[in-house]
Design a protein around this ligand. Structure first.
Ligand code: NAD
Ligand code: DAU
Length: 357
């Protein structure tokens, strides 16, 4: 079986690729990634010599490139590629529409044209909007996205739905809550707070710090995505949540306690515009139909995650300094500058580089 994974150099995609290579010996994975600021090939350094793994540098917003890539013949596509950070979508929503909506559309089209048997769209609980203090999102909760990022993810989900209904594409959607774990880009809440606290810098809590997120360990999410890919019914949505609802203030305090850093590092700052108050996921359907259940308790997962960042200070430092780009250029030979032009609409994507047998 051959799987095309998009956005595999990002946080969740890299964990997913590792899981597939480890647990499915008969599967070959091609990782297609544009290597935006969030794509870090170093996240997959441990598998890049694996014979069943190939990397291809390119963008899902480039239909010609997708056409050539899909022409290689894939049984399944798993789409992680996205602009994923809410705060960035407030500053520059256009790139979010391009990547998340148009990119997904181009990928669906390529999958349709080349007879891809399974398509998995990695979506988010943010498409449902915000919850009052009680209740949880189910798969039938109406879409009510509140920020540009969430709206583009909802738009992509609707496009997936159209390809199932109109063209019979066997596509499945997963919608997960907030992921956490090693190798998450340090702009997101948990890695930002950990890396800032380790450097003795302030940790900016938005608003009153009482916004609630339901934390799901990235490995639990990846197991859910794989289960949905293998067992999900076409056209269905599966919610994946950790059952770990916490106000941000509580999570921030837990991080500081693990690091033995003072609470004075917490800084209450202006709230994020349109900030969703609460997310909570009902994942009864995934438990029942996919046999999936989250396994990592939050206390343990958070402690191990914090310890990972503490032990890999060089990882975050390299991201902050852009050092990993040098690694990329040495490994793959394509300067990042070329990619920026390509994302702006021109230029060539690099062809698939297969490992020598
Ligand atoms: P990330 O920002 O860490 O990684 C995104 C990856 O996509 C990067 O490797 C980037 O280079 C790549 N990419 C961006 N634009 C591309 C393009 N045009 N073509 C090809 N590759 C491109 O994101 P993440 O946190 O790993 O999220 C992965 C997916 O999961 C996203 O679709 C996101 O919406 C969804 N999601 C994330 C979370 C979360 O908590 N992080 C929760 C639910 C859903
Ligand atoms: O719910 C799933 C979504 O979770 C994913 O679809 C998104 O890709 C992912 O980025 C995440 O979105 P959030 O906006 O919930 O995540 P973020 O890490 O940006 O923020 C988590 C919470 O912490 C949120 O309530 C905002 C708050 N926050 C965040 C940052 C970066 C702060 O208080 N301070 C901060 O500096």
């Amino acid at each position: 079986m051959k799987i095309l994974v998009t956005g595999g150099c990002g946080f969740i995609g890299s964990h997913f690729i590792r899981l597939v290579l480890r647990s499915r010996r008969d599967v070959r994975v091609t990782n297609l990634d544009a290597l935006t600021y969030a794509g870090n090939p170093e996240n997959l350094r441990d598998v890049e010599k694996e014979r069943r793994y190939a990397f291809v540098h390119g963008s899902i917003v480039d239909p010609d490139f997708l056409e050539r890539t899909a022409g290689e013949g894939f049984d399944a596509v798993v789409n992680f590629a996205a602009e994923s950070h809410v705060d960035r979508s407030l500053q520059g929503p256009v790139e979010f529409v391009r990547t998340n909506v148009q990119g997904t559309l181009h990928l669906l089209e390529a999958a349709k044209r080349h007879g891809v048997k399974r398509f998995l769209q990695v979506s988010t609980d943010e498409v449902y909007g915000s919850l009052p203090p009680e209740g949880a999102f189910t798969e039938t909760t109406p879409l009510h996205p509140n920020n540009p990022y969430a709206s583009t993810k909802a738009g992509a989900d609707l496009m997936v739905r159209a390809y199932v209904h109109t063209f019979g594409l066997e596509a499945v959607i997963t919608r997960s809550s907030n992921n956490y774990g090693p190798q998450q880009y340090p702009e997101k809440f948990i890695p930002l707070f950990v890396t800032n606290a380790l450097e003795g810098r302030g940790c900016p809590l938005y608003g009153d710090g009482m916004h609630v997120r339901d934390w799901l360990h990235v490995e639990d999410n990846c197991r859910g995505i794989l289960a949905a890919l293998e067992k999900g019914k076409p056209g269905e949505v599966y919610n994946l949540g950790g059952g770990n609802e916490r106000p941000n203030l509580e999570t921030a305090r837990a991080i500081l306690e693990i690091l033995d850093r003072p609470e004075s590092l917490l800084q209450f700052v202006k709230d994020r515009p349109g900030h969703d108050r609460r997310y909570a996921i009902d994942c009864t359907k995934a438990r029942r139909d996919l046999g999936w259940t989250p396994e990592v308790p939050f206390d343990r997962g958070l402690r191990e995650t914090v310890e990972w960042y503490r032990a890999h200070g060089d990882w975050a430092a390299r991201i902050r300094s852009g050092e990993f780009r040098k690694y990329y250029e040495k490994q793959y030979g394509t300067p990042f500058a070329k990619l920026s032009k390509q994302r702006a609409g021109g230029g060539e994507s690099t062809p698939i580089r297969r490992k020598k047998k």
